[in-house]
Design a protein around this ligand. Sequence first.
Ligand SMILES: [Zn+2]
Length: 427
Amino acid sequence: MELKQYFEEHKQEMIDFLRELVAVRSVMNEPSDGFPFGKKPAKALNIMLEKCRGEGFAVENVENYVGTAVFNNAELKLGILCHLDVVPEGDGWTGDPFVLRYEPETDKLIGRGTIDDKGPSVAAFFALKAIKDLNIPLKHGVQLIFGTNEENGSADLAYYRKNHKLPPCVFTPDGEYPVINAEKGMLRVYFTADFQDNLINSIKAGTVINAVPNRCTTGCGFEAFFYEGKSAHASTPEKGENAITKFLAEYSREFKNPLLLNLAKIFPHNEFDGKSCGLGFSDEISGKMTCVLSMLNTENGKLNGGIDIRFPLDRTKNEIIKILKEKLETAGFEICSYEGTEPHITDGNSPFVQSLLRVYERVTGEKGHCIAIGGGTYVHDIEGGVAFGAEFPNQDGNMHGADEFITLENLLKNAEIVAEAIIEICG
Ligand SMILES: [Zn+2]
C-alpha cells in the first residue's frame, strides 16, 4: 500500500487522537513532586506514550520532562522532536479551544495545539506507525521525542540532555517548511537610569520584551498622552510600528530631557537594525540583524527599558553586548541584566538536510530550500538540528492565537512527509 493511501484510510483515527490530546489543557502550571511543569503537560505526554507503547515501540518517560519512543532495535539515526505543551488559550476563540472542531467547508481542524505542536506530534506518531504496519524495512532506528516545556524555555530538553544522547540527526516539526537551518543569535537586555523630569512624570510602554510595543502612554501632570503603533514579533520589527520610538521622535522635536533625547538618538523611529546603537550588522545567510527597544517604563524615580536583539550568525553575544553597553552608558544608562543565546546554523548541504529537501520536493511538488529566521526553534541548542515543517509556506495556522488550526489535508501531508523522511534517512 502506498503511504498516502494509508494516511487517507487512517484519517479518522488521526483526528480522534488529536482530539484526545487537544482536550488536555497542557499549559505549564505549578510544579509538584514528579510533575516538573504541572500535571497537565505530563498528562498529555502519558497519553502519547501509552499510544506508542500500544504499537510496540520502546517507550521511556524521563520523569515527566521528556518521553521517547523508539522503533527498531538498530542503531538510532533519526530523532523527531515534538512538544505536547501549549500556550494558554487567550481571547477571541469562536468555540471551546480544548474541544477539537472540524470545519468541512474550510477543512480546518480547530483547537489549541493543532498546529503547535500536537497536530505535528500526531502526524509523527502515525508516520512511524505506518512504517511499522506496512512492514517497510529500516536499517536504522528512529526515535520520537516528546517534550513538555517548549513554550516556556525548553527546560525539558536541557534536563533530558544531561543524561541522554540525542540521535545524530534531529528535526523538529515545530517551525515551517521547507527547512529552517539558520537561527540568529538572541539577546534580551534590560537597562535603567535615575529619572526625573518637570514635564513628564510617567512613561509606560511594552508588556513583553519580544514584541514591538503597540502603545506608549506618557503622563504629564494630570494629562495622559498616547502614542499608537502596531505590534509585531520582535524578530520581524518591520512588520509593526514601534510606539516607543514614535514617542521619542515626537518628544525630541520640542523637549529637552537629556536621557530621552539620547534614547531618541540611538533608537530612531523606523530603524530596525540597531545601526545607531553602533550595531547594524548583517550576514549573507540570515540577512540584517534586528534591534528593538521594546519596553520603557518609569518606576520609583527610575526609567527602565528593555531591548530585544537578533544578531547575525557570525557574531557572538559578547561582541554585541560590549558595543551596546558602551552606547547605553554614554547615553546615561546602565545595563542591569541580559540573557540570550548564540546563533544556530546547520550546514544546508549536509546529507541530512539534502534528504529532507528531497523528500519535501517529492511529496509537495514544490521547490525545497533552506531558510534563516530571527526567532529560535526547539532545536536552537542542538548541533546539527533543523526545523522541518509543520507549517507550509504562505500558510498561517494562527499559532499561539485564537482559532489555531491545521487543515486535515496538511495533517495528512505532514504524516506523509515525515514517513518519507524516515525512509529516506533510515531505510
Ligand atoms: Zn511549538
